[in-house]
Write a protein that binds this ligand. Structure first.
Ligand SMILES: Nc1nc2c(c(=O)[nH]1)N[C@H]1C(S)=C(S)[C@@H](COP(=O)(O)O)O[C@H]1N2
Ligand SMILES: [Mo]
Length: 406
């Protein structure tokens, strides 16, 4: 193996714990890759319980894909408007930092660049600038990957790499204003995660550093609370860059560096990772980046079986950056549709909205599907859009459930 192919290989392993295990089994390969010092993620079959940093989670609500990837079970959401932190999915690209970094949150330091007065501020100082709260769906780009027939590599998420949560923090705009405004030429907001890069690895190949267009600045928060509690280490505490309406990866955990930049980050996760391309094609900077989320919905209840007679069919619908206007539900795989009722308060354009349809079901087998439409008239497509890594799946057909009524 040449040095130039080595890092690509490592990133693939980091993205795909199963492959990592394969390589771990071969001491020679591991030594050749120089990843001896990297804490290996343990595969689900080897996990008897939740990993330490997530031990406070509700195990019965989660599917353990690996030590670094935990999916919320479809039946754990029901009619939930806000996803409890104990139920929320987890996805780490690198081993999570030591929990000692959340012991004294206000001491956490963040470096700001690309402003007229570049400075390092503590979380304690950030808290005094301003504060805002936003409800927002956190969803992995690969949520729904399991439905792609070509076998897209990466965690095989079904519908549970998503949750709707409440973040509290300082608007980034207020911080930038405090630091004298952008220093000029800025087109992107770039945030860097605070993980330590394991020895022997090239930082740019594995670091979590993401850039998003400067135009979304008004909605970006540097958040220290998740669902009214200080953000736990599993979800990026003590401080996280939250970009409401954008896919999970852009919501950088343990953020330690924020810069207004002319160019996108040159980290691999930005350059070729999280790029939508045809099956068989490699990632490249000219392909669309996984930024804004698309409209999507899925049924949460009933699943598998239910009793005949009156039934309440539940689900959740998200509009990405636009408020959900209506959700239709079909119990005959899309032949006929009925409009569902939206539940609970409207928590804004970035939140999801639970829905319910009361209907009579007689004994038999039903394919129940849902289709959401936003206030601008955008609807979910019927089919998935095939792409190499299985990103952004919002086709309604694949997301349905088959229920036997007796
Ligand atoms: N620093 C850092 N931020 C990160 C990640 C990471 O590994 N490190 N993973 C990203 C990805 S791919 C997703 S889907 C979300 C997952 O957030 P959660 O683990 O809080 O659910 O965090 C994003 N932010
Ligand atoms: Mo993700």
């Amino acid at each position: 193996m040449t040095t130039s192919t080595m890092p690509t290989e490592i990133t693939e392993i980091l993205e795909n714990p199963a492959r990592r295990l394969l390589l771990k089994g071969s001491a020679g390969a591991v030594a050749a890759l120089g990843i001896m010092s990297l804490t290996p993620f343990v595969r689900a079959e080897e996990l008897s319980s939740l990993p330490g940093y997530a031990s406070w989670k509700r195990k019965q609500d989660l599917i353990l894909h690996s030590e670094a990837t935990m999916e919320t079970r479809r039946n754990a959401i029901r009619s939930g408007i806000v996803t409890p932190s104990e139920t929320l999915f987890v996805r780490n690209n690198l081993p999570a930092p030591d929990a000692s970094i959340v012991a004294d949150p206000d001491a956490w330091e963040v470096r700001f660049e690309g402003v007229n007065d570049p400075r390092t501020l503590t979380l304690g100082e950030l808290k005094k600038i301003d504060v805002q709260t936003v409800a927002s769906v956190l969803q992995c780009s690969g949520n729904g990957r399991a439905f792609f027939p070509h076998g897209a590599s990466g965690t095989q998420w079904s519908v549970g790499a998503a949750g709707c949560v409440v973040w509290t923090g300082v608007p980034l705009k207020a911080v930038i204003d405090t630091l004298g405004g952008p220093s000029g030429g800025a087109k992107f907001i770039t945030g860097t995660g605070g993980e330590e890069i394991p020895d022997g690895l090239d930082a740019k190949e594995v670091m979590v550093e993401r850039s998003v267009p400067l135009e979304v600045m008004e909605r970006v928060l540097l958040a220290w609370e998740l669902n009214d509690d200080p953000i736990p280490i599993a979800h990026g505490g003590p401080l996280r860059m939250v970009v409401p309406g954008f896919y999970g990866v852009n919501n950088v955990k343990y953020v330690k560096y924020v810069a207004l930049t002319e160019n996108e980050s040159n980290a691999k996760i930005q350059v070729s990772g999280y790029r939508v391309r045809d099956v068989g094609v490699s990632g490249a900077p000219d392909q669309p980046s996984m930024w804004e989320m698309n409209i999507k919905s899925w049924i949460t209840l009933p699943l598998d079986t239910t009793e005949q007679g009156r039934n309440m069919l539940y689900g959740v619908a998200l509009g990405g950056t636009r408020t959900v206007d209506k959700v239709e539900v079909s119990v005959d795989d899309g032949e006929t549709w009925q409009e569902a009722e939206l539940l609970g308060p409207d928590l804004g354009p970035y939140a999801w909205r639970p829905f319910v349809l009361a209907t009579e079901l007689s004994p038999g087998e039903y394919r129940i599907v849902s289709r959401a439409t936003d206030v601008e008239g955008n609807s979910q497509p019927e089919a998935r859009m095939d792409n190499e890594r299985g990103y952004g799946h919002n086709g309604w057909r694949d997301h349905g459930v088959t229920v036997t009524v007796s």
